[in-house]
Ligand binder design. Structure first.
Ligand SMILES: O=C(O)CCC(=O)C(=O)O
Ligand SMILES: [Fe+2]
Length: 243
């Protein structure tokens, strides 16, 4: 993963603003670029969490973004935020989770090198809460561990006070009816998606959500675009009335 992404990380410019990090590189398109990242995207523990948190209604979930986050030495702590603010700060009801975020440690995560700072229990805080560094805890963890949190958890990248880089892989998932942050059809176009395990291709976005979201052509299932006999014509199951 580190090796596979090295040429792309080397070519990635640092962030354009304080939130992205002026000394932080964000390298995406990981499904297309890294076979090892595909295994992380499909990790059964993570998908088990997604099944439980995001898979409880007729709408499936999908990949939201894939990103190596490489924080350089001297980078200050990131602004504390909720990842679900990506949807234009829409105030989703408390307890209604729309996203699962994962941060895979590509090296030991320490407080000094910028371990992600999280505020356990902040899922119920109001959107206009103004958390401070003192409310947070560092997600210190050994190489290969994963931090999993929902889109409603206040968190942020930690300050990197070490003299090395802090490298992590951020893979997020969201409900199938929300717009994906990373445009997966450009990041992982059909000619690449066609070579993937069909379950992964569906998670990337080559699938329909709910009754009709995501069809193409004459109401075709996106899998038909990848494999001529792989999908079905017509829409999905009719939605059932929700209480
Ligand atoms: O790099 C990290 O530890 C967290 C980054 C993050 O939360 C974000 O970019 O949304
Ligand atoms: Fe975040």
């Amino acid at each position: 993963m580190i090796g596979e992404t090295a040429p792309y990380r080397d070519a990635t410019p640092a962030g354009p603003d304080a939130f992205s990090g002026h000394n932080t590189k964000r390298t995406g398109s990981l499904v297309a670029r890294s076979p090892a990242a595909r295994e992380l995207v499909m990790h059964p523990v993570v998908l088990g969490v997604c099944d439980r948190i995001l898979g409880t209604n007729s709408t499936s979930y999908q990949l939201h973004l894939t990103q190596v986050i490489d924080i350089g030495p001297g980078e200050p702590a990131q602004y504390l935020h909720r990842d679900q603010w990506a949807w234009d700060m829409f105030p989703f009801p408390t307890g209604f989770e729309v996203e699962i975020s994962t941060i895979w440690a590509m090296q030991d995560f320490t407080e000094e090198n910028g371990a992600t700072r999280v505020i356990p229990g902040s899922t119920t805080w109001p959107n206009d809460a103004r958390p401070t560094h003192d409310d947070t805890e560092p997600a210190e963890m050994p190489l290969g561990s994963v931090l999993i949190y929902t889109g409603s958890v206040f968190h942020g990248g930690g300050a990197n006070r070490s003299d090395g880089r802090r490298i992590a892989v951020n893979i997020d998932y969201c409900l199938g009816w929300l717009r994906q942050e990373e445009n997966q059809y450009l990041s992982c176009p059909p000619e690449v998606a066609r070579t993937l395990d069909p379950a992964l291709a569906k998670l990337v976005g080559y699938s329909r959500a709910a009754y009709a979201l995501g069809y193409f052509g004459d109401t075709q299932d996106p899998m038909e675009a990848l494999h001529p006999s792989g999908g079905s014509h017509g829409f999905g199951a009719l939605p059932t009335q929700r209480a």
